[in-house]
Design a binder for this molecule. Sequence first.
Ligand code: BJ8
Length: 371
Amino acid sequence: MKYDFIELKKRNSLALLDLKAKGKSIVGTFCTYSPKELIYAAGAVPISLCAYDESPINAAHAELPRNLCPLIKASYGYAVTKKCPYMNASDIIIGETTCDGKKKMYELLAKHKEVHVLELPNMTNKRSLELWIDEMKDFKDYLEKRLDVKITDEKLKETIEIFNEERDVLNKLMDLAKLDPSPISGSEMHQVLFASDFIYDKKEKIKMLCSYIEALKQKDMSKAKHKKRIIITGCPSGGVYEKVIKQIEELGADVVAFENCTGTKNFKNNISTQGDLIENIAKRYLKIPCSVMYKNDARSDIIKNFITEYKADGVIDIVLSGCHTYAIETNKIKEASKEAGASYMSLETDYSKQDVGQIRTRLEAFLEFLD
Ligand code: BJ8
């Protein structure tokens, strides 16, 4: 069996356009806080619209400041250029009130597409949870009316079970990297996790992931050598994969875990199928340890645990230029890393190729220091 997730992603994208032509609704999302279970249970296909490519950025500059985060500019640039098939195919776009840049971008995006904004609270206390539960209820009502469907408890439970299964499998995949040497490289893992968001056929994906995990477990690692072990944290890494993840590997180290939205923020914590399902969905999503939250202490605890569990030597914190919340959290993550016995480096970058050499030099120095 060939484990080509990129090929599967391509096949799914083509099939997606077919489904769209047959009347299936496509719901674009920009953030891990989007409760995809509700979209699925409404019979629609959720598709990630975060752009990881420099090419559409110029088109956004007429309306967005140059010093804004590249992810926001590139995503909006695609709405302007109409060159992203996923953006073009989206009937509705879901936005959340996360960082200021995204919030203001959604206002502009409404000129191009129907945008439904979820009011994500800034904290995770009891009152915030109540607000978020109400948002989930309103979102369910909105989807039912807009798509003319009924999201029954039965359908929602079934969908939650599929998503829980998918999260379990993705966790198992990343758990493999706890082995030293790891049978899966960071770039393989990144490729699978990244493609994963674009494969809407969950059953096919889960099946392929399970056999991929089995094959990795059987891999002969007797001649593999120990390498320095790195955890990636911070902003989504899709747009800087080549210059960060690939270069770390070229320099002889291993990336063993992704504590970001390409990685565990996307698949930690399952949803209970007992009791009030909407409440359970709200609880799961509010646990995501994103820097946009006031007092986001959970992220430091996760980093400390990861350093122990993955036997990591270093933590590399990716900060996309203009991302204030992740930039401000760098000191906290540095302290947490040191406390758990790992070296730390924050890496501010964007989607351009201008700093590839500079990043390589910094990575080289950091990895050398680990020896
Ligand atoms: S849950 S990380 S997807 S908000 S990098 S656009 S925060 S200025 S991508 Fe994010 Fe949701 Fe959090 Fe994940 Fe703003 Fe920062 Fe840019 Fe960001």
